[in-house]
Design a protein around this ligand. Structure first.
Ligand SMILES: CC(=O)N[C@H]1[C@@H](OP(=O)(O)OP(=O)(O)OC[C@H]2O[C@@H](n3ccc(=O)[nH]c3=O)[C@H](O)[C@@H]2O)O[C@H](CO)[C@@H](O)[C@@H]1O
Ligand SMILES: C=C(OP(=O)(O)O)C(=O)O
Length: 437
């Protein structure tokens, strides 16, 4: 049985009102690293991954793949070596599986390599109902039998290609189906699939291992399966949600920063959304420069109508950047409707922003009207999930006084050494307990 990661409780003490300056590079994308680590189980050869974010979700998934027999070694702070010569489809720690959404990503690769796997239900951010139906739909059509009790048992006598229409473009279900399909005999067509940068990154990794995949970056991928996959070296792409968080943070604190290697090709919808809030970033190659003194004026729709910022499946504005857009809008001049269509609990954290002085009306679980700008006061906060936690950190950094963010381990599920990296640019965040050297 894997050694469970401790449930450490972490607090950030944040002194507000300090401007940032300097350069920062986003970490590797959490939601790319997780499926790519899981997909490393598809080969018995050596895989080397770089730019792997050293975050809690990654540490948890690393423990899980070790518990099924993979040999894993950190070669450097962000370099991971994985060798899955022999795998056994057992011994998964239910507590660890329940902590991360990505534990479900073991289904496709383990079905492919071992023909079976039993998984306790996955966890992840508590932001509303998290469906697994699309995973079952896709894997069943690719030849798996699935029994659902208190655990999910997946079994197959042999995966085979199929023409699969996903009932929704689920990110992790697309990733599971992709891993199963590259191993399956024959051709698979995945229709209505997700195409987020992390899905594309996984596909590129699989191609580097020898898979044949067409349509990467679109909502229809064709996979010619059955190739024996080999080892590969792969660099995880930058985290566009972290870039969005840094843009919001720079704007509300009136800072001037440069985000190096920002992965500009994947930022169009993000940049467009911040422009709607009156925040313009300068693109310089793959770097982004956010100047101080942004206009911060919400751009109305034609005719002066109240504009709407809504998340949608890729390539539209990503749902995971919505909480950041909300806190940023609270510091901009004007009114905007924020519309989050996916998770019914993700917006509840706005009550904390309201308590800090933000002018927000939560209309229903999916819609909030934000009227800005408002002066924020320091507060005692509790981070419910990764992105709300980051939004609170941003609020605390532009508030007057010293705030305390409890449950900051949630933030650390997705953002690597964030207090250290922001402090290097002038922030005043104290982590309790301090990090071990
Ligand atoms: C480990 C991992 O990768 N987690 C991500 C993954 O979770 P996860 O894969 O669990 O989320 P899913 O994609 O399955 O679920 C979200 C569903 O809502 C749909 N949808 C999305 C946006 C929108 O505005 N309206 C809408 O209806 C999506 O197309 C999808 O069908 O994808 C989510 C949606 O991007 C992200 O929040 C999570 O961070
Ligand atoms: C919802 C998120 O992650 P997860 O799916 O891993 O819970 C997120 O990254 O914002």
């Amino acid at each position: 049985m894997a050694r469970a990661l401790p449930h450490e409780r972490i607090q950030y003490v944040v002194e507000g009102g300090f401007k940032l300056s300097g350069e920062i590079e986003p970490s590797g994308n959490k939601n790319a690293a997780l499926p790519i680590i899981a997909a490393s189980l598809l080969t018995d050869q050596r895989v080397e991954l770089s730019n792997v974010p050293r975050i809690r979700d990654v540490e948890a998934l690393v423990e899980l793949i070790q518990s099924v027999g993979a040999k894993v070694r950190w070669l450097g702070r962000n370099e991971l070596e994985i060798e899955a010569r022999e795998l056994r489809p057992a011994n998964l720690d239910p507590d660890l599986c329940a902590r991360i959404r990505a534990s479900i990503l073991l289904a496709g690769p383990m079905l492919a390599r071992c023909g079976e796997i039993t998984l306790p239900p996955p966890g992840g951010d508590v932001i509303g109902r998290r469906r697994v139906d699309t995973h079952f739909l896709a894997l069943e059509q690719l030849g798996a039998r699935i029994e659902v009790n208190s655990v999910y048992s997946f079994r197959t006598e042999g995966l085979r290609g199929a023409d699969v229409f996903l009932d929704e473009p689920s990110v992790t279900a697309t990733e599971n189906a992709l891993c199963a399909a590259v191993f399956a005999e024959g051709t698979t067509i995945l229709r209505n699939c997700a195409s987020e940068p992390h899905v594309q990154d996984l596909a590129r990794f699989l191609i580097a291992m020898g898979a044949r995949i067409e349509g990467v970056g679109t909502n229809m991928m064709t996979i010619h399966g059955g190739q024996r996959l080999g080892g590969a070296s792969h660099r995880i792409g930058p985290d566009h949600n972290e870039v969005g968080s840094l843009i919001g943070l720079a704007a509300v604190t009136g800072s001037e920063i440069t985000i190096r290697r920002a992965g500009v090709e994947h930022l169009r919808s993000t940049l467009m959304t911040f422009e709607r809030l009156g925040i313009r970033c300068q693109i310089d190659g793959d770097d982004l420069i956010i100047r101080s003194g942004q206009e911060m004026k919400i751009q109305p729709d034609f005719g002066g109508h109240i504009p709407k910022i809504e998340d949608q499946p890729w390539p539209a504005f990503p749902a995971d950047t919505m909480s950041i857009a909300i806190v940023t809008a609270s510091q901009c001049d004007g009114v905007v409707l924020m519309f989050e269509k996916m998770f019914e609990s993700r917006m509840f954290f706005v009550d904390k922003l309201i308590a800090m002085g933000a002018r927000i009306v939560l209309c229903d679980p999916h819609r909030a009207i934000v009227a800005g700008p408002s002066k924020l006061r320091a507060a005692q906060l509790e981070s419910p999930d990764i992105r709300a936690g980051m939004a609170m950190l941003i609020a605390a950094m532009c508030a007057e006084g010293t705030s305390v963010i409890n449950n900051a381990q949630q933030i650390e599920r997705g953002y690597e050494r964030i207090e250290e990296r922001l402090n290097a640019m002038g922030a005043r965040i104290t982590r309790i307990p301090p990090r071990e050297a």
